[in-house]
Design a protein around this ligand. Structure first.
Ligand code: MN
Length: 232
């Protein structure tokens, strides 16, 4: 039996709707600029191809069904932005997955937030430095319960929305993704060997903006369990 110099960290996991078993998280991949109108609001044309970045698996902040999770306001920033996103949970790994087979690798879907220290991300962009400090901080990846794919009839035509303090801030349709779910899985699997347990944050629609301490966020995608958080 292997002995360690200290206890290994607990496995990060997310609840699964309709089940007592949990989804163990391996990696978190994120897609940037995957809705044209969001790319435009970030100062781009909306015609550049999407790209990828990552968050550490333990950046996950589980938002349980029916509860309001506490979202700690992170250090170093004065401009914490919300990005509501469809999260794809990978159940079967693979490399160089063809688009036509990609959806067979999906375990399920969830509502997530790609929380962003926008001021730090922008500084890093200007200096040509990595985005980690703007994107990969602790609690930066809130995610709700995962609904198994078989129970999600038509994710490609789902509505995605985020309200802050009851006001609609982001609203679009999953059909507006530049790279859809299958294309994103295929592209990612060309760059990394996808593994069971990977989460893919598929990108955010237009309307990203700041939240401050005390704000309440409510995120939803039709057919999935909604999420609620309060910044503290
Ligand atoms: Mn994002």
């Amino acid at each position: 039996m292997t002995s360690y110099v200290f206890a290994p960290p607990a496995t990060v996991s997310v609840p699964v709707t309709g089940s007592n078993t949990r989804f163990p998280v391996h990696r978190i991949y994120c897609v940037g600029r995957n809705y044209a109108e969001h790319a435009q609001e970030m100062g781009h044309t909306g015609r550049e191809p999407p790209f990828f970045f990552m968050k550490p698996a333990d950046a996950v902040l589980v938002v349980d069904a029916g509860l309001t999770a506490a979202l700690p306001y992170p250090s170093l920033t004065h401009n914490l932005h919300h990005e509501i996103e469809l999260v794809v949970a990978i159940g079967t790994g693979g490399q160089a997955i063809p688009v036509s087979q990609a959806l067979a690798h999906v375990f399920g879907y969830a509502v997530g937030l790609d929380m962003t220290r926008r001021d730090l991300q922008n500084e890093m962009k200007q200096q040509g430095r990595p985005w980690c400090i703007g994107k990969g901080f602790d609690h930066s990846a809130p995610v709700g319960p995962i609904t198994p794919a078989a129970a999600v009839p038509d994710i490609m035509h789902a509505d995605i929305r985020l309200q802050v303090n009851g006001t609609l801030r982001q609203h679009s349709q999953i059909s507006q993704l530049i790279w859809n779910v299958a294309e994103t899985i295929a592209q990612l699997s060309n760059a990394w060997a996808l593994q069971p347990g990977d989460l893919i944050y598929t990108g955010t629609p237009a309307g990203v903006a700041a939240v401050v301490s005390g704000d309440t966020l409510q995120g939803s995608i039709s057919g999935l369990t909604p999420i609620a958080l309060q910044v503290c």
